[in-house]
Design a protein around this ligand. Sequence first.
Ligand code: ZN
Ligand code: FE
Length: 282
Amino acid sequence: MSQVKAYRCGHGRDRGYTAPRVHPLHGNMIQVEAIPILRDNYVWAIHDGDGAVLVDPGEAEPILSWLDHRHMRLAAILVTHHHADHVGGIAALLRHRGATIPVYGRARGAVDARAVSEGEPLRLEAPALAFTVLETPGHTRDHVCFLGHGHLFCGDTLFSCGCGRLFEGTPAQMHASLMRLAALPDDTLICCAHEYTLANIAFALEAEPGNGELHARHTEALAARKAGRPTLPVSLARERATNPFLRCDRPKLARSIAQHTGHTPDPGVATFAALRAWKDTF
Ligand code: ZN
Ligand code: FE
């Protein structure tokens, strides 16, 4: 019982999210759940009720509680990038659940991950899952996203109504990474690593005050947070309609930037760079 409590109370008011859709390769139904950790991170669990694959376990204790409570086996770990809030729990998870559990990613230094690369499909056995790896430099140089079963696990590259800060990459790299994600199918469910949606919307409303869909998303996100629910996942179609960082070709966005900075950037990378710089000081 204490384990249930630890999961429910552990560092957040959120309850896990359970995806309504399932896309099994074969065998049991696959579910996707968000486990809140640290201050505002989500660890995404992709599972078939027996084995779970975890994305970015930045902390071990709430994950161990979640696994115990569900009687779930830890099958594999996926890592989007090397920041501590994404890899910090891995060593303890392997110590408690088995050193042979595979870790996949391109994260440098912090973890001993099996390298994944763009274009090399990642197939797992139990649960039977298949992911496409997308290299998305910008937030960090080693950042990758995992696409599979209708869900995109995008770490700190794409957030709902926002995007990651440029710690290592250039605006051109991040813009290119985001444009690649934006080209995925409309109904792709975006599973990012942080609950930043409301703060991102506050900025997005400054950048695009006339965006009706953004106002609707704001109302919905406020209600979700009030009820203790994650604002994620969100469909890519919704993000394209509301996330200013995916809308850098919009003249209205360029005009907002001009009002703020005094000059109008060209559409594309220049608009993205100006928008990111504006948000950094917002
Ligand atoms: Zn990060
Ligand atoms: Fe992070």
